[in-house]
Ligand binder design. Structure first.
Ligand code: ACK
Length: 223
Protein backbone atom coordinates (compact mmCIF):
# COMPACT_ATOMS: atom_id res chain seq x y z
CA UNK A 1 0.00 0.00 0.00
CA UNK A 2 1.40 3.41 -0.96
CA UNK A 3 2.25 6.00 1.65
CA UNK A 4 -0.20 8.51 0.27
CA UNK A 5 -3.03 6.06 0.40
CA UNK A 6 -2.32 5.29 4.05
CA UNK A 7 -1.90 8.93 5.04
CA UNK A 8 -5.24 10.01 3.64
CA UNK A 9 -7.08 8.13 6.39
CA UNK A 10 -6.39 9.67 9.81
CA UNK A 11 -5.42 8.02 13.09
CA UNK A 12 -8.92 8.82 14.33
CA UNK A 13 -12.04 10.92 13.78
CA UNK A 14 -13.71 12.74 16.63
CA UNK A 15 -14.99 15.91 18.20
CA UNK A 16 -12.20 18.24 19.29
CA UNK A 17 -12.90 20.59 22.18
CA UNK A 18 -12.08 24.22 21.46
CA UNK A 19 -8.81 25.33 23.13
CA UNK A 20 -10.32 27.74 25.68
CA UNK A 21 -12.79 25.06 26.74
CA UNK A 22 -10.03 22.46 27.07
CA UNK A 23 -8.48 24.65 29.73
CA UNK A 24 -11.76 24.83 31.65
CA UNK A 25 -12.42 21.11 31.45
CA UNK A 26 -8.88 20.34 32.63
CA UNK A 27 -9.41 22.66 35.61
CA UNK A 28 -12.70 20.97 36.50
CA UNK A 29 -11.00 17.60 36.27
CA UNK A 30 -8.08 18.71 38.45
CA UNK A 31 -10.46 20.16 41.06
CA UNK A 32 -12.36 16.88 41.12
CA UNK A 33 -9.16 14.84 41.59
CA UNK A 34 -8.02 17.19 44.34
CA UNK A 35 -11.32 16.83 46.17
CA UNK A 36 -11.50 13.06 45.67
CA UNK A 37 -8.00 12.72 47.10
CA UNK A 38 -9.06 14.32 50.40
CA UNK A 39 -12.20 12.21 50.96
CA UNK A 40 -12.11 9.64 53.76
CA UNK A 41 -13.97 7.21 51.50
CA UNK A 42 -11.25 7.50 48.89
CA UNK A 43 -8.49 7.04 51.46
CA UNK A 44 -10.27 3.89 52.63
CA UNK A 45 -9.90 2.43 49.12
CA UNK A 46 -6.50 3.97 48.39
CA UNK A 47 -4.81 0.58 48.04
CA UNK A 48 -6.70 0.17 44.73
CA UNK A 49 -4.37 2.83 43.35
CA UNK A 50 -1.13 1.83 44.98
CA UNK A 51 -1.03 -1.75 43.78
CA UNK A 52 -2.13 -2.92 47.22
CA UNK A 53 0.45 -0.85 49.12
CA UNK A 54 -0.63 1.33 52.03
CA UNK A 55 0.83 4.51 50.64
CA UNK A 56 -0.52 7.95 49.88
CA UNK A 57 -1.55 8.64 46.30
CA UNK A 58 -1.52 12.12 44.83
CA UNK A 59 -4.10 11.82 42.06
CA UNK A 60 -3.02 15.06 40.40
CA UNK A 61 0.44 13.54 39.88
CA UNK A 62 -0.83 10.01 39.30
CA UNK A 63 -2.52 10.82 35.95
CA UNK A 64 -0.64 12.25 32.97
CA UNK A 65 -2.48 14.43 30.45
CA UNK A 66 -2.77 12.96 26.94
CA UNK A 67 -2.68 15.67 24.27
CA UNK A 68 -5.72 17.42 22.83
CA UNK A 69 -9.04 16.87 24.56
CA UNK A 70 -11.41 15.10 22.19
CA UNK A 71 -14.16 12.51 21.95
CA UNK A 72 -13.15 9.79 19.51
CA UNK A 73 -15.86 8.58 17.15
CA UNK A 74 -13.81 6.16 15.04
CA UNK A 75 -10.25 4.94 15.63
CA UNK A 76 -8.90 4.38 12.10
CA UNK A 77 -5.20 3.73 12.65
CA UNK A 78 -4.44 5.36 9.26
CA UNK A 79 -6.72 2.88 7.55
CA UNK A 80 -5.46 -0.26 9.28
CA UNK A 81 -8.36 -0.54 11.74
CA UNK A 82 -11.37 -2.58 10.77
CA UNK A 83 -14.02 -0.48 9.04
CA UNK A 84 -11.75 2.56 8.85
CA UNK A 85 -12.06 3.11 5.12
CA UNK A 86 -15.84 2.63 5.16
CA UNK A 87 -16.16 5.17 7.97
CA UNK A 88 -13.92 7.72 6.26
CA UNK A 89 -16.02 7.39 3.11
CA UNK A 90 -19.43 7.73 4.77
CA UNK A 91 -21.37 10.65 3.29
CA UNK A 92 -22.43 11.90 6.74
CA UNK A 93 -18.81 11.93 7.94
CA UNK A 94 -17.77 14.04 4.97
CA UNK A 95 -20.83 16.27 5.21
CA UNK A 96 -20.29 17.06 8.86
CA UNK A 97 -16.49 17.19 8.73
CA UNK A 98 -15.39 20.56 10.14
CA UNK A 99 -18.77 21.44 11.67
CA UNK A 100 -19.37 22.71 15.16
CA UNK A 101 -21.20 20.67 17.79
CA UNK A 102 -22.01 21.00 21.44
CA UNK A 103 -21.04 17.99 23.51
CA UNK A 104 -22.68 17.24 26.82
CA UNK A 105 -20.37 15.91 29.55
CA UNK A 106 -22.58 14.16 32.08
CA UNK A 107 -20.16 12.37 34.41
CA UNK A 108 -16.53 12.22 35.47
CA UNK A 109 -14.93 8.89 36.29
CA UNK A 110 -11.69 7.73 37.82
CA UNK A 111 -10.12 4.27 37.90
CA UNK A 112 -6.59 3.14 38.79
CA UNK A 113 -5.86 3.37 35.05
CA UNK A 114 -7.66 6.42 33.69
CA UNK A 115 -9.63 9.58 34.39
CA UNK A 116 -12.25 10.66 31.89
CA UNK A 117 -15.54 12.38 31.19
CA UNK A 118 -18.63 10.60 29.92
CA UNK A 119 -20.14 12.19 26.83
CA UNK A 120 -23.89 11.79 26.33
CA UNK A 121 -24.45 12.00 22.58
CA UNK A 122 -27.56 13.56 21.07
CA UNK A 123 -29.50 11.92 18.21
CA UNK A 124 -27.78 14.15 15.68
CA UNK A 125 -24.36 13.31 17.09
CA UNK A 126 -25.10 9.57 17.08
CA UNK A 127 -25.19 9.58 13.28
CA UNK A 128 -21.40 9.87 13.44
CA UNK A 129 -21.06 7.02 15.92
CA UNK A 130 -19.88 3.66 14.48
CA UNK A 131 -22.48 0.93 14.92
CA UNK A 132 -19.88 -1.52 16.31
CA UNK A 133 -17.98 0.71 18.77
CA UNK A 134 -19.46 -1.02 21.82
CA UNK A 135 -19.38 -4.51 20.27
CA UNK A 136 -15.66 -4.13 19.53
CA UNK A 137 -15.09 -3.75 23.27
CA UNK A 138 -16.90 -6.97 24.21
CA UNK A 139 -13.72 -9.05 24.48
CA UNK A 140 -12.15 -6.54 26.87
CA UNK A 141 -15.39 -5.69 28.71
CA UNK A 142 -17.91 -8.56 28.80
CA UNK A 143 -21.43 -7.14 28.52
CA UNK A 144 -20.37 -4.05 26.57
CA UNK A 145 -22.02 -5.27 23.36
CA UNK A 146 -25.48 -5.03 24.92
CA UNK A 147 -25.08 -1.40 25.99
CA UNK A 148 -26.76 1.42 24.09
CA UNK A 149 -25.06 2.94 21.07
CA UNK A 150 -22.77 5.75 22.16
CA UNK A 151 -22.13 4.32 25.63
CA UNK A 152 -18.41 4.33 24.98
CA UNK A 153 -18.30 8.08 24.14
CA UNK A 154 -15.85 9.84 26.42
CA UNK A 155 -13.09 12.40 26.71
CA UNK A 156 -9.81 11.03 28.08
CA UNK A 157 -8.53 13.46 30.72
CA UNK A 158 -5.51 11.48 31.85
CA UNK A 159 -3.88 8.08 32.06
CA UNK A 160 -1.73 6.43 34.71
CA UNK A 161 1.89 5.67 33.87
CA UNK A 162 2.12 3.12 31.05
CA UNK A 163 -1.63 3.14 30.26
CA UNK A 164 -2.88 3.85 26.72
CA UNK A 165 -5.83 6.22 26.20
CA UNK A 166 -7.92 3.49 24.55
CA UNK A 167 -8.37 2.24 28.13
CA UNK A 168 -10.53 5.22 29.14
CA UNK A 169 -13.52 4.15 27.04
CA UNK A 170 -13.16 0.57 28.29
CA UNK A 171 -13.13 1.78 31.91
CA UNK A 172 -16.31 3.75 31.26
CA UNK A 173 -17.98 0.71 29.68
CA UNK A 174 -17.02 -1.40 32.69
CA UNK A 175 -18.90 0.97 35.00
CA UNK A 176 -21.90 1.11 32.65
CA UNK A 177 -22.07 -2.70 32.49
CA UNK A 178 -22.20 -2.78 36.31
CA UNK A 179 -25.02 -0.21 36.24
CA UNK A 180 -26.89 -2.22 33.63
CA UNK A 181 -26.59 -5.28 35.89
CA UNK A 182 -28.39 -3.23 38.54
CA UNK A 183 -25.48 -2.05 40.63
CA UNK A 184 -25.94 1.55 41.63
CA UNK A 185 -22.54 1.78 43.24
CA UNK A 186 -22.00 2.65 46.85
CA UNK A 187 -23.29 6.20 47.33
CA UNK A 188 -20.36 8.03 48.80
CA UNK A 189 -21.08 11.69 48.88
CA UNK A 190 -23.09 14.58 47.51
CA UNK A 191 -20.47 16.91 46.11
CA UNK A 192 -20.87 20.39 44.69
CA UNK A 193 -20.63 19.02 41.14
CA UNK A 194 -22.88 16.02 41.69
CA UNK A 195 -23.22 12.58 43.23
CA UNK A 196 -20.16 10.44 43.82
CA UNK A 197 -20.48 6.64 43.79
CA UNK A 198 -17.93 3.85 44.26
CA UNK A 199 -18.12 0.72 42.08
CA UNK A 200 -15.33 -1.31 43.66
CA UNK A 201 -11.79 -2.00 42.38
CA UNK A 202 -10.93 1.70 42.44
CA UNK A 203 -13.78 2.74 40.14
CA UNK A 204 -15.38 6.10 40.99
CA UNK A 205 -18.17 7.86 39.15
CA UNK A 206 -19.28 11.43 39.68
CA UNK A 207 -22.66 11.99 38.03
CA UNK A 208 -22.84 15.69 37.29
CA UNK A 209 -25.83 17.64 38.60
CA UNK A 210 -25.60 19.96 35.58
CA UNK A 211 -24.04 18.59 32.40
CA UNK A 212 -21.01 20.53 31.19
CA UNK A 213 -21.72 21.71 27.63
CA UNK A 214 -18.62 22.09 25.51
CA UNK A 215 -18.27 23.39 21.97
CA UNK A 216 -16.36 20.94 19.78
CA UNK A 217 -15.44 20.58 16.12
CA UNK A 218 -15.88 17.29 14.27
CA UNK A 219 -12.55 16.62 12.63
CA UNK A 220 -9.65 14.17 12.59
CA UNK A 221 -6.36 13.60 14.36
CA UNK A 222 -3.22 12.30 12.70
CA UNK A 223 -1.20 11.54 15.82
O1 ACK B 1 -8.72 8.79 24.42
P1 ACK B 1 -9.12 8.12 23.20
O2 ACK B 1 -10.55 7.94 22.88
O3 ACK B 1 -8.36 6.74 23.05
O4 ACK B 1 -8.44 8.85 21.98
C1 ACK B 1 -7.37 8.13 21.45
C2 ACK B 1 -7.44 8.12 19.94
O5 ACK B 1 -8.02 6.88 19.59
C3 ACK B 1 -6.07 8.24 19.27
O6 ACK B 1 -5.21 7.26 19.76
C4 ACK B 1 -8.35 6.13 20.73
N1 ACK B 1 -8.02 4.72 20.45
C5 ACK B 1 -6.79 4.17 20.34
N2 ACK B 1 -6.88 2.87 20.03
C6 ACK B 1 -8.22 2.58 19.93
C7 ACK B 1 -8.98 1.42 19.64
N3 ACK B 1 -8.38 0.25 19.36
N4 ACK B 1 -10.32 1.51 19.64
C8 ACK B 1 -10.94 2.66 19.91
N5 ACK B 1 -10.29 3.81 20.19
C9 ACK B 1 -8.94 3.77 20.21
C10 ACK B 1 -7.56 6.70 21.87
Amino acid sequence: KGLHEEMSIPLYFGWFLLPTIQEKVRCTSMDFLKTLDTLEAFKKHMTDFAGGAEKEVDLEQYFKAKGNLHCTTKFCDYGRAQGAKEYAEKPVVNELYGSAFELSLTALFVTPRTVGARVSLSEEQLVLWPADAEKEAEAAVPGAASLALGSRAHVTLGCAEGVQPVQTGLDLLEILVLQQEGQQGELVEEMELGTLAYYGKGRWLLSLREPICVPACFSSGYR
